[in-house]
Design a protein around this ligand. Structure first.
Ligand SMILES: [Zn+2]
Length: 334
């Protein structure tokens, strides 16, 4: 499998646009997009021990949550651990891909996994610090009757018509399309210079902004007309928010059931103390919080449960492994 294809899968799992604005070190940190990938090692951190394991087990790609290098590199000093790690990865043809705050925010990402473990239903939670909100468009296309099913399939495969737990949501309306092919046109039906009337179906559906390009290409491949008549309208429908920290009511059988509202934030969530409290949380579960954030929580009467940076994040590794295995069955996942 080409690295490029693995990256597309990873970007669907943790869309890069969900990352915090300051988080620039995501995506491919080392590697060639055309390289052939057979074995992938999924990890939280890229330590020398992890690289050693990747070399021994002949992995071609390491997928990590924390970046190998977070600040721009000024040099690659082979006398220092980071330089040695980079050199070893390159010498052994091991690519490095990072999904950091985009994985924190993604569905089934770090915060969603932590929320589930704490008895919250992430789909019903409020996001404490949104990093991305889905923007929707209405897509309308006019299709000759005989091509409706093919165009519908193209729309659905490109992610059009997805509403909550439903796919293939469209509306069809029959009517008469008119057009006059001009000089140089090569019409599917009708003659040059003649007004043509033809039975068409208006298909309308909803599409998320980031999928519009894929949708237009998919429809173009299946629609028989030389010129496709379509419209895109921006919508005011509020899309789902994704981001850092989740707030909700714990399920009745969870160990936090005695709280009305709790907040969770994987990794370091000290900066969310104020917000969690304002939104009515009685407890904030997070990986780490600084001294002053802990003081603030005490002042505000917000209970803090600090579980460790690694402990609140490594829970995503098996989830990510499972997802990769499912989406790329040809790969060996370590
Ligand atoms: Zn972290």
């Amino acid at each position: 499998m080409k690295l490029q294809t693995v990256i597309q899968t990873l970007n669907r799992t943790a869309p890069p646009q969900y990352a915090c604005a300051w988080d620039k070190q995501i995506g491919l940190q080392i590697g060639d997009k055309n390289a052939e990938i057979k074995k992938v090692l999924v990890t939280l951190d890229i330590t020398s021990a992890v690289i050693e394991r990747a070399v021994k087990q002949k992995a071609d790609l390491i997928v990590a949550h924390h970046a190998l290098f977070f600040r721009p590199l000024e040099n690659i000093n082979l006398r220092q651990p980071l330089g040695q790690n980079i050199a070893k990865l390159i010498k052994n043809d091991i690519a490095v891909f990072v999904a950091h705050t985009n994985l924190d925010a993604a569905p089934d990402g770090v915060n969603w996994t932590l929320a589930r473990q704490c008895g919250l239903e992430p789909e019903k939670c409020e996001v404490l610090e949104p990093t991305y909100r889905e923007q929707f468009y209405k897509y309308v296309v006019f299709v000759p009757t005989e091509a409706v099913e093919a165009v519908h399939e193209a729309i659905a495969a490109a992610g059009g018509g997805h509403i909550g737990r439903y796919s293939d949501c469209t509306f069809r309306l029959a009517g008469t399309g008119t057009f006059r092919p001009l000089a140089g046109a090569n019409p599917y039906t009708g003659k040059q210079g003649k007004l043509t009337k033809t039975e068409e179906i208006r298909i309308e559906t909803i599409i998320a902004e980031e999928k519009i390009g894929a949708l237009l290409n998919a429809v173009k491949a299946k629609h028989p007309y030389e010129e496709i008549a379509y419209d895109l309208y921006p919508l005011k429908n509020r899309g789902q928010a994704y981001g850092i920290g989740l707030l909700g009511r714990p399920e009745k059988n969870s160990k936090y059931a005695r709280y009305k509202k709790i907040a969770v934030c994987s990794g370091s969530g000290g900066s969310l103390v104020q917000k969690a409290c304002e939104k009515g949380a009685e407890l904030l579960i997070t990986g780490e919080a600084g001294y002053h954030d802990q003081l603030l929580a005490a002042e505000l009467g917000l209970e803090l449960k600090i579980c460790g940076h690694r402990e609140t994040e490594e829970i995503v590794v098996p989830v990510l492994r499972k997802k990769l295995k499912m989406e790329c069955p040809k790969l060996t996942i370590l």
